[in-house]
Structure formats: C-alpha cells, structure tokens
Design a protein around this ligand. Structure first.
Ligand SMILES: Nc1ncnc2c1ncn2[C@@H]1O[C@H](COP(=O)(O)OP(=O)(O)O)[C@@H](O)[C@H]1O
Ligand SMILES: [Mg+2]
Length: 139
C-alpha cells in the first residue's frame, strides 16, 4: 500500500497534511499509531519552517510532500520540501544523546523522532528537494 500527498506551503499546510495522514493511516493500518503521527508532525513542521525561511512570501509556490509506503511489517515515510536543506551542524546534533538537548529550545524534534523509529535518513537531490525519511515496524 502506498499513498502520496502534496500541498502548497500555505499557513495551514502542517495541520492539513496531519489530518490527511491521520485518516489515511488509520484506514490502512486499521488502528491509530500515535507515535507515528507525532513523528510525521515533527517532520512536517521542519519542512514548513525550512520552506518559509527560504522563500518567505513565495513559500506557497513550493509544496510539502509526504509519501507513505506500507508493507507487511514496515511503514516508511518520506517528507520532502524545497527549502534550504540541512547543513552539517544539524546532522552533527543528531549524534548527541537525547539527555543533553532535552532542555534546549531547538534540536529536540529529530532526536525524539530518531528514538521512535527504526531508521532515519536524509537525502538532497539536485532539483533542490530535501527529504527526511523514516522507517518503523508496525506489525
Ligand atoms: N526539512 C529540513 N530542512 C532543513 N533543515 C532541517 C530540516 N529538518 C530539520 N532541519 C534542521 O535540523 C535542526 C533540528 O531539527 P529539530 O530536531 O526538529 O529541532 P528544531 O526544529 O526545534 O530546530 C533544525 O533546527 C534545522 O536546522
Ligand atoms: Mg523541529
């Protein structure tokens, strides 16, 4: 099973995709996986922030996209945006232990995501699309 959604980066894009993925995943998995929904929400916020920071008023010209693949054992989720992409510093922070950053303002989302999934990885294509992917066993 597989579904994909692409929504222009307007103000309400995170809430809209949250609702779409909540309904679709509930239908496909036949139950609600709240941790998975939290993970997708965090990735959407990051994609939104990156697109807004990069394009400001022009952000609605760029979509935020979610692709979800479900097989017998694994759900994989790919959240893509056209923003600035992640720099090296951000990738370094992911190697830190969760305890050290829990009380900091920023940089907690992806660390929590990392704890809740089995795999997390990033890719940047020449087209400018930046994708954060996760995999999680659900069955
Ligand atoms: N989609 C993205 N595009 C560009 N940078 C990103 C993206 N997602 C995460 N990052 C970078 O990784 C950092 C850590 O993300 P996160 O753990 O969610 O913390 P926060 O969003 O609170 O800063 C962000 O501050 C940002 O620099
Ligand atoms: Mg975040």
């Amino acid at each position: 099973m597989r579904f994909q959604v692409s929504v222009p980066c307007y103000d309400q894009v995170v809430q809209k995709i949250d609702r779409i993925t909540t309904c679709s995943l509930k239908e496909l998995l036949e139950r609600e996986d709240r941790r998975l929904l939290f993970v997708i929400h965090e990735l959407l916020i990051n994609a939104y922030e990156s697109t807004i920071l990069t394009y400001a008023d022009n952000a609605p010209k760029y979509p935020i996209e979610v692709l979800i693949n479900i097989d017998e054992q694994t759900v994989s989720v790919h959240v893509s945006d056209y923003g600035y992409g992640m720099n090296e510093d951000a990738l370094v922070i992911l190697d830190q232990e969760l305890d050290g950053v829990l009380m900091q303002e920023r940089g907690r989302g992806l660390l929590m995501v990392k704890k809740l999934v089995d795999k997390m990885y990033f890719s940047k294509k020449e087209s400018g699309i930046f994708t954060v992917s996760i995999e999680k066993r659900w069955n």
